[in-house]
Design a protein around this ligand. Sequence first.
Ligand SMILES: Cc1cc2nc3c(=O)[nH]c(=O)nc-3n(C[C@H](O)[C@H](O)[C@H](O)COP(=O)(O)OP(=O)(O)OC[C@H]3O[C@@H](n4cnc5c(N)ncnc54)[C@H](O)[C@@H]3O)c2cc1C
Length: 398
Amino acid sequence: MNPILIAGAGPVGCTLALFLAQNDIPVILLEAQDSLPQDLRASTFHPPTLDMLAKLDLVEDMLSVGLKVDNYQYRDRRTNEIAKFDLSVLEGATGHPYRLQCEQYKMTQIVVDKLEAFPHAQVRMGTRMKGYSEVDGGIEALVQNADGEELVKCDYLVGCDGANSVVRQASGVEFEGMTYPERFLVASTTFDFGDYFEGLSMVNYVSDPDEWCVILKTAGLWRVLVPTPIEEDDARFLTDEFIQDRLHRLAKNDVDFDVHHRTLYRVHQRVAKTYQARDRVLIAGDAAHVNNPLGGMGMNGGVQDAINLAEKLVQIINKGGDRQDLLALYSRQRRGICTQFIQEHTMKNKALMEATDEATQVKRQAKFMKACSDPVLARAFVMETSMINCVRDSYLIT
Ligand SMILES: Cc1cc2nc3c(=O)[nH]c(=O)nc-3n(C[C@H](O)[C@H](O)[C@H](O)COP(=O)(O)OP(=O)(O)OC[C@H]3O[C@@H](n4cnc5c(N)ncnc54)[C@H](O)[C@@H]3O)c2cc1C
């Protein structure tokens, strides 16, 4: 057989490639950049995603470079009320009743290292997917590296090439939705917010009428995510002056913060019209759906796509499963859960965090306080926010 060609070595393409390689299916994983991109996007892996990654033998390695988080909180900066949710309530529903804070680039590096053990898996760095045509029951993809262009024959092509997916665009699949007017600024620092704020967790959603933020701990650093004002110039948001000002407003510090990384992100809510772009062309992860990062569901949803798709490709290729039925089912299940749950949930999270009227703020915190203090409500809340319910529900879609 010809290999499965996967465009994009982000967390989604890497997961798909490793699953297929472990099932003896030849794969080529293309990455446009010369080395794996390192950026300040995803760091939170939810319990059901860890259950899936454990089957690929990834979790121990990820734990060795990440942080195990057994609770997270919603904190109101006006009143200092803290609603803390303990993930141990998930015992029995998952083998991993915790969140793992591990930067996505650490996960992709672990996968690429593991792929070396499989002679039928190739990773081609510095190789960009440019387009494709459907030929003789397969696909001919046009790829480009430093030496020039090449046509690669494959049985299936999967676009895991991010929000600006060439595979999605070359297939003419609409990417419906909207782009937020503000940007999200992420800065990391060695300043210990855990020492500064009493009772801070490693994952904190902090509401405030003027300056809501998310404060996260990763191995050795704290990350702060803030929205930027809408009407101003992007260039200003990455200056020392702007970042120091935002951090000083969050925590009083006699000296300037030691800022390690800074990145400005444009954020969208979009879902592709179908995840089966053509008979043998699929899309997954950000290529298929994007959402705001509140709740950490973008990469998690994408990794869950990759697992769902890999299971179906293994059924088709190794067990003679019906290609048409299984690939259409992949699209229905993963697109369905994205529109029904992930999009709705993340939009609601953002609307709640940024609400400026006092009545909504009071109601929001009261809801969180009530949920965390009642064991039944707390478990229901954590089952939902940790994505256990949505993974289960996706497999119920027929
Ligand atoms: C500030 C921020 C914080 C976030 N935090 C979280 C979080 O904690 N948890 C969570 O679940 N999600 C989070 N997300 C979302 C998450 O980062 C994305 O959903 C995730 O990166 C998607 O993974 P992916 O593999 O689909 O795409 P990407 O990570 O974008 O990877 C795509 C890869 O494809 C490569 N590529 C692109 N075009 C081509 C081409 N033509 N040919 C070959 N290769 C190509 C790119 O170089 C890249 O390596 C966050 C997002 C933001 C902006």
